[in-house]
Ligand binder design. Structure first.
Ligand code: KIV
Length: 271
């Protein structure tokens, strides 16, 4: 028998919803953090196209490329033994045609070893979700604030606030479930509406800025670790203040090198 922990599957997430067990998801972009998050028992590692902003310094996710996502997903998969690894399909790799979506998502699955892909959109993208699922690619949906449509939505604002917009979100969620998605991310959705959508679906919802009633929660890793300390949003809780630690450690290293205190004899070799 292998000592490797049992791999989380998409079916496990459905069972977790039925059993009332909360799903825990974080973004992850590299093997080192994948190993640490896996050991901490995080269920799902999302290789988000937010990598383009968080690590790449870009203003939005729009310029993330398929090659970039493949590279980061491959290295996350290398570090993860238990967690389900999901790759975010970047802008225009699945919206142009279903053939394109199958070819691009298929390349992601075949070359990275990930377990699923995520696409943004609801009613309009549901036929594409169905086409991907039919060729054997598990799909996580993403509705509410969909960052690839940031400019069309008028910025990072809460979605579904009026009756018509709330109804569109309910319809989007149902369309994704009917299309065969195994879970759906709800981003920046009023808590009551997110709870209502969660109750109405058999697939799990994973919230970010969508209140406590979702079946699971996701945050961007570098936000919750307090590493990305220039990003502030009401829904982000900082569980650590690592940016302070990095600045302190780098400052101390610089001071010790400049003062000739580092390296000392204990860090040096003779002969
Ligand atoms: O790219 C990303 O990090 C995401 C999360 C915000 C869900 O899509």
């Amino acid at each position: 028998m292998s000592d490797a922990p049992k791999q989380v599957t998409t079916l496990d997430l459905l069972e977790m919803k039925s059993a009332g067990k909360r799903i825990v998801m974080l973004t992850c972009y590299d093997a080192l953090f994948a190993r640490l998050l896996d050991a901490a028992g995080i269920d799902v590692l999302l290789v988000g196209d937010s990598v383009n902003q968080v690590l790449g310094g870009a203003e939005s996710t729009l310029s993330a490329t398929l090659d970039q996502m493949i590279y980061h997903t491959r290295i996350v998969r290398r570090g993860a033994q238990r967690a389900l690894v999901v790759c975010d399909m970047p802008f225009l790799t699945y919206q142009v045609s279903r053939e394109d979506a199958i070819r691009n998502a298929g390349r992601v699955m075949a070359t990275t070893g990930c377990h699923a892909v995520k696409v943004e959109g609801g009613v309009h993208i549901a036929p594409t979700v169905r086409a991907l699922v039919e060729v054997g690619i598990p799909v996580m949906g993403h509705i509410g604030l969909t960052p690839q449509s940031l400019h069309a939505l008028g910025g990072p604002r809460v979605q579904g606030r009026d009756d018509a917009a709330a109804q569109r979100l309910r319809d989007d969620a149902v369309a994704l479930q009917v299309g065969g998605a195994f879970a759906v991310v709800l981003e920046l959705v009023p808590a009551t509406l997110a709870g209502e959508i969660t109750q109405s679906l058999t697939i799990p919802t994973i919230g970010i800025g969508a209140g406590p009633a979702c079946d699971g929660q996701v945050l961007v890793l570098h936000d919750m670790l307090g590493l990305n300390d220039e990003f502030h949003a009401k829904f982000v809780k900082r569980f650590a203040t690592l940016a302070d630690d990095v600045r302190r450690a780098a400052g101390q290293f610089a001071a010790e090198v400049r003062a000739g205190r580092y390296p000392g004899p204990e860090h040096s070799f003779e002969k």
